[in-house]
Design a protein around this ligand. Structure first.
Ligand SMILES: NC(=O)c1ccc[n+]([C@@H]2O[C@H](COP(=O)([O-])OP(=O)(O)OC[C@H]3O[C@@H](n4cnc5c(N)ncnc54)[C@H](OP(=O)(O)O)[C@@H]3O)[C@@H](O)[C@H]2O)c1
Length: 191
């Protein structure tokens, strides 16, 4: 089975990559924006394609002959991320369909659309909606809230605050109910 992993330099993708490499039945291919970000040890074990979800030609090459494609991407560090994430997801869906990919697996945020939904979460929901919008391909959309694990941004913020401040005046949103999940459990759901 040929599997394409996107976001393999990211928090979740990096960990998933190590799991997928262990499986002898998987031919792993990575789509990265900069090949230099992948260690020579990993390059020996996988196929590495350089590309970007905003460049359809690079997606076309990376998705060729792929059975399952993981979408672990966001543009949150860019100003216009809401719009960019829509374009990125649509490009990925279109190229996955035209390349005959059987399944796309996406990990997004946990929550529903209402007047309290943050811009960030809305964007993650829109990405999931786009990736799930066609009956020509199967999309598995997994949603996670705060991921507990060393290196996870949301977890590190909580750790930093609680380790540095003996007492805290907290904003109202600390009363928001969250469903945290351990990073190992997220990985088990993904693969
Ligand atoms: N981390 C969490 O706590 C958490 C919680 C809930 C849900 N999630 C979901 O999990 C998914 C992955 O999140 P993460 O925390 O692992 O993200 P991350 O650490 O920020 O990594 C993002 C990855 O996406 C790649 N990327 C960004 N734009 C790209 C593009 N246009 N084309 C190709 N690659 C691109 C980056 O590659 P470069 O190395 O080139 O920048 C990087 O590998 C997201 O959908 C997120 O919503 C994460």
């Amino acid at each position: 089975m040929k599997v394409l992993l996107t976001g393999s330099t990211g928090y979740i993708g990096r960990r998933l990559k190590h799991r997928l490499i262990q499986d002898e039945n998987i031919d792993l291919r990575l789509l990265v924006r900069d090949k230099k970000s992948i260690s020579s040890k990993i390059i020996e074990k996988v196929e590495v394609f350089e590309g970007d979800t905003f460049h359809k030609e690079s997606l076309e090459k990376a998705l060729k002959d792929v059975d399952i494609a993981f979408y672990l991407i966001h543009s949150l560090n860019r100003k216009d991320y809401k719009n960019l994430d829509k374009i990125s997801a649509q490009n990925f869906l279109d190229m996955a369909i035209s390349s005959g990919v059987k399944k796309v697996i996406y990990l997004g945020g946990l929550g529903v659309k209402n007047e309290h939904t943050s811009e960030h979460l809305l964007s993650r929901l829109e990405t999931g909606e786009i990736l799930s919008s066609s009956d020509k391909i199967q999309t598995i959309w997994i949603r996670a809230g705060v991921i507990i694990g060393s290196g996870s941004t949301s977890f590190e913020i909580i750790r930093n605050l609680t380790e540095k401040l003996p007492i805290m005046t907290t904003p109202k949103w600390v009363n928001t109910k969250a469903q945290p999940i351990a990073v190992d459990d997220v990985l088990s759901y993904l693969y």
